[in-house]
Design a binder for this molecule. Structure first.
Ligand code: PLP
Length: 382
C-alpha cells in the first residue's frame, strides 16, 4: 500500500539509537545538548530547545507568553488542531483567519483588516502561522504587521523543515519570534515523536528550557543546590537522549530527504499541470518548499465526480490519499465552544471541498509516483 507519507530509517539510525541504549543515561542529557547544537547550526537560530513534540512546543510558547482570558491569537484554520489548541489550553481565544487561495497559507492582510476593530486591536497578542505543506508564508508582511501592532509572531514550521524563504534557510527564526518543529514520524525527518522550539531570544530559550523540566532548575545550572528549586509551574516536555540520537542521525540526511521530495513534487507538477480542474500550490520563485505535503485542489463539481469516488478508486489501486485538513473550526469541540460563521471563510471552505494530499516521502519510488499520476489521469477521464 502506498501511503501519503512515511518515515525512512537506515542502519546508521539504528546504530545511533543502540549506542545510547548501551549508555547509563537514557533521559535528557548530553545527546540532547548535541542535538540542539546541530539544530541551531542547520536552521541558523541562536537557540534551540528540544521538546517531546510539536504540540508541547506550541504549549510551551503559549505558556511562556502567558496568554490569558480575552487575549486574541490569530491563526489559520488549515493546519493541525494543535495550532489552535495551544491557545485554548492557555485560556485565550483563537481568532481564525481565512487562507490565501493560491499559497494555502494564512492571509496576513486579513489579520490587518481585523485589527482595524478597536476591541480586537486591544486584545490581540500574537499570530501563529503555518508554512502549509512546506510553503513559506509571506513572513516579511507578517513581521511588518506584528511590529506595527506589537504582536508576537510564531512560525509553526512543522511542515517546512528544510524550506527556504527569500533564498534564506534560516528564515524561520529570522522573521518569527518563536519557531516550532515537529519530528513526528511522518515529518521531513523524525525522532519518532519529538519537536523543538527555535528562537533568537536568549531569555525565552532559558524560560522554555526551565518549563520543559517542570520549572525546576536543572543540575547543570546549579550544581550544589539540594533540593532543586521549582521556580515556575512547568511540565515534563523533555526529549530523551534515545530520541535525540535518532534526530542527529536523521538530520544529517535531511538534505537528501528533501531533494527526493522535490524530485517527486517536480514530477507531479510537470505531469499534472496540463490537466483541467486541478490546481497546485503557488510557491514564490524566491522560496523553496521542503514538500512535507503535495497538495492539489480538484474541482470535483466540474469533473462531475466526488472526492469519495477518487479515494475509493485509489484505495482499490493500493494508494491511500489524505485530506489536510478539516478546518479547525469544523471540529466538534470548536463548533460547540465557539460560534464561528463559516461564511467568513470562503477560501478555506472551497479549499476543504477540493483538497487532496498525494503520496510524497523519501522512500517513494519514482515508478510509484508515476503510478499516482497515471491513476489521476485515469480517474479524470474514465
Ligand atoms: C502544522 C503542525 N503543527 C503542529 C503539529 C503537532 O506536532 P506533534 O505531532 O509533534 O505534536 C503538527 C503535527 O502533525 C503539524 O502538522
Amino acid at each position: 500500500m502506498i501511503n501519503y507519507g512515511k518515515h525512512f530509517i537506515d542502519k546508521n539510525d539504528i546504530k545511533a539509537v543502540v549506542s545510547v541504549l548501551k549508555k547509563k543515561a537514557l533521559t535528557q542529557g548530553k545527546v540532547t545538548d548535541l542535538f540542539e547544537k546541530k539544530l541551531k547550526e542547520y536552521f541558523g537560530s541562536k537557540y534551540a530547545v528540544a521538546v517531546s513534540s510539536g504540540t508541547s512546543g506550541l504549549n510551551l510558547i503559549a505558556n511562556c507568553l502567558k496568554w490569558k482570558k480575552d487575549d486574541i491569537i490569530f491563526c489559520s484554520p488549515i493546519t493541525f488542531a494543535a495550532g489552535s489548541n495551544c491557545i485554548v489550553n492557555q485560556g485565550a481565544k483563537p481568532f481564525f483567519i481565512d487562507i490565501d487561495p493560491n499559497t494555502f497559507n494564512l492571509n496576513f492582510n486579513l489579520v490587518e483588516k481585523a485589527l482595524q476593530n478597536k476591541n480586537i486591536r486591544k486584545n490581540a497578542k500574537a499570530i501563529i502561522a503555518t508554512d502549509f505543506g512546506g510553503n513559506p508564508c509571506d513572513w516579511k508582511l507578517a513581521r511588518k504587521i506584528s511590529n506595527k501592532y506589537n504582536l508576537k509572531l510564531i512560525n509553526d514550521n512543522c511542515h517546512a523543515i528544510g524550506s527556504s524563504y527569500d533564498m534564506k534557510k534560516n528564515y524561520a527564526s529570522k522573521y518569527a519570534d518563536f519557531v516550532v518543529h515537529s519530528y513526528h514520524a511522518v515529518k521531513n525527518f523524525t525522532t519518532g515523536e519529538g519537536g523543538a522550539i527555535l528562537t533568537n531570544n536568549l531569555n525565552f530559550s532559558k524560560k522554555a528550557k526551565l518549563l520543559r523540566n517542570h520549572g525546576i532548575e536543572s543540575f547543570s545550572l546549579k550544581k550544589n543546590s539540594h533540593p532543586r528549586a521549582m521556580l515556575d509551574l512547568g511540565y515534563n516536555y523533555r526529549l530523551p537522549d534515545i530520541l535525540c540520537s535518532l534526530g542527529i542521525s536523521q538530520l544529517s540526511r535531511l538534505n537528501k530527504f528533501i531533494k527526493k521530495r522535490n524530485q517527486i513534487a517536480n514530477l507531479y507538477r510537470k505531469k499534472l499541470k496540463g490537466l483541467e480542474n486541478i490546481k497546485m500550490q503557488n510557491i514564490d520563485k524566491n522560496d523553496f518548499s521542503s514538500y512535507h505535503l503535495f497538495s492539489v485542489l480538484i474541482d470535483f463539481q466540474k469533473l462531475k465526480k466526488t472526492r469519495e469516488e477518487l479515494f475509493d478508486f485509489f484505495y482499490k489501486n493500493n494508494i491511500k490519499l489524505q485530506i489536510h485538513y478539516l478546518p479547525i473550526y469544523k471540529h466538534t469541540f470548536y463548533k460547540k465552544k465557539f460560534k464561528i460563521n463559516e461564511k467568513n471563510f470562503p477560501n478555506t471552505e472551497k479549499f476543504y471541498k477540493q483538497q487532496v494530499s498525494l503520496p510524497i516521502y523519501y522512500d517513494l519510488k519514482i515508478s510509484e509516483a508515476r503510478k499516482v499520476i497515471n491513476k489521476i489521469e485515469q480517474f479524470f477521464f474514465r
